[in-house]
Design a protein. Structure first.
Length: 399
């Protein structure tokens, strides 16, 4: 087998390099689709339901925006105004941090109810996401210039009715810069259109100039006096099946009066979203298919040449007691060596990406889908590598 490899070294190297390219590109393609699907999947049941997607440009209110008493501060309260069966809102909290200035800094601050916390977790640089405990105020913070880090207990002021109350919160996690955050206000002026991405926005401390604080709605609601947590930005509404278009239009009008900047039907958004996800796949798929075909043709050619050059040796093996199938196994081992070499090269190409500038353009997400696709590539390569040798050996007659 070693002699066969040396005789066909050029073809083997070409096949290995082509297979490496296929594995690398396939990993990038699958990861790109999975990364985008990661922010679709947590709320897929809402996106695929009869319902509305809403964006509030101001805190939700039923009356004068500046009258805190008419703020909509819970899903139950909002449900008394519209016909939705269930909803997932993000909440705005007024917080103030003593940064040494005269009035302190007012960072971005959002809170989530338990269902959203369980459904979605943004990428964390360190620490962990919220626990189920409401016995203490937990805080997940972005990069910041306060010096706050995981494990710190910090004091800040939180807005309640006509007053600010001091709150001690424990930092349990730090967001990764650029993490997709549920409920951040994102403009519709995006090249990809009205899709599920409007539910999120990436948060970059350097670009925003002030940090983002995330809280648990239930933990904040336990405080006395109770801070104001107003429905703000992202709101997903689900309705019973068969809801009339008139009811949806009426609710859209009601929400508009409450501060909703725009709303749209979830079936329409879901259709746009799935087209977007498919487009991400179609952009790289033709390149992967062409490269895979080249690899398969190369592997067949290499195996055919190796088999033809060694027919005399196989005849000797046959006379010594080996069967044609066992002779074909020699070619199979050769294909396995080439596949393993390609896999090692691809692995050495993928692993360093995280620590290089390439990570800004390519992100490899190691999961079951990626392993299944790469495994399928290996099986196809081995199958086609054996196809020609088996046909040639079965057509040949031993002396």
């Amino acid at each position: 087998m070693g002699k066969t490899l040396r005789r066909n070294m050029a073809l083997q190297l070409l096949s290995i390099l082509q297979m490496t390219a296929v594995l690398l590109l396939s990993a990038v393609m699958v990861s790109a689709v999975c990364i985008r699907y990661q922010t679709y999947a947590p709320f897929a049941d809402y996106f695929e339901s009869e319902g509305l997607f809403c964006k509030f440009s101001t805190p939700a209110h039923d009356g004068d925006l500046y009258d805190l008493q008419v703020r909509i501060t819970s899903a139950e309260e909002l449900r008394t105004h519209i016909s939705a069966a269930s909803m997932l809102p993000a909440y705005e909290i007024t917080t103030q941090v003593d940064d040494g200035s005269e009035y302190g800094e007012i960072p971005y601050a959002l809170s989530y109810d338990a269902e959203i916390i369980q459904r979605y977790q943004p990428k964390l640089k360190s620490g962990q996401w919220f626990s189920d405990s409401v016995n203490e105020i937990e805080l997940v913070i972005s990069e910041n210039d306060y010096g706050w880090n995981v494990g710190d207990v910090v004091t800040l002021q939180v807005g309640a009715q006509e007053t600010m109350i001091p709150v001690a919160a424990k930092v349990v996690g730090v967001l990764e810069d650029g993490a997709e955050v549920f409920g951040m206000f994102r403009s519709r002026d995006q090249s990809y259109g009205d899709i599920y991405k409007l539910t999120y926005d990436s948060f970059d401390f350097g670009a925003e100039g002030k940090p983002l604080l995330l809280f648990s709605y239930d933990a904040i609601a336990e405080l006395e006096p109770m801070p104001i947590q107003s429905i703000y930005s992202t709101l997903l509404l689900s309705y019973p099946e068969g809801i009339s278009s008139e009811t949806l239009k009426q609710d859209q009008q009601t929400l508009s009066k409450m501060g909703c900047a725009f709303s749209m039907l979830l079936p329409e958004m879901d259709k746009n979203s799935k087209q977007y996800l498919a487009q991400q796949l179609y952009e790289l798929l033709p390149i992967v298919v062409v490269l895979l075909i080249l690899v398969l043709v190369s592997s067949i050619s290499s195996s055919a040449l190796a088999t033809r050059r060694r027919l005399r040796d196989y005849a000797t093996f046959y006379l010594c007691g080996m069967q044609w199938k066992q002779c074909a196994a020699v070619n199979f081992c050769q294909a396995v060596i080439a596949a393993v070499a390609a896999g090692i090269l691809a692995l050495f190409g993928l692993l360093p990406i995280k620590w290089t500038p390439l990570s800004e353009s390519f992100l490899i997400l190691w999961n079951g889908y990626l392993i299944a696709v790469l495994g399928g590539m290996f099986l196809l390569y081995l199958l086609f590598s054996m196809l020609m040798p088996l046909m040639m050996l079965h057509a040949a007659s031993p002396p």
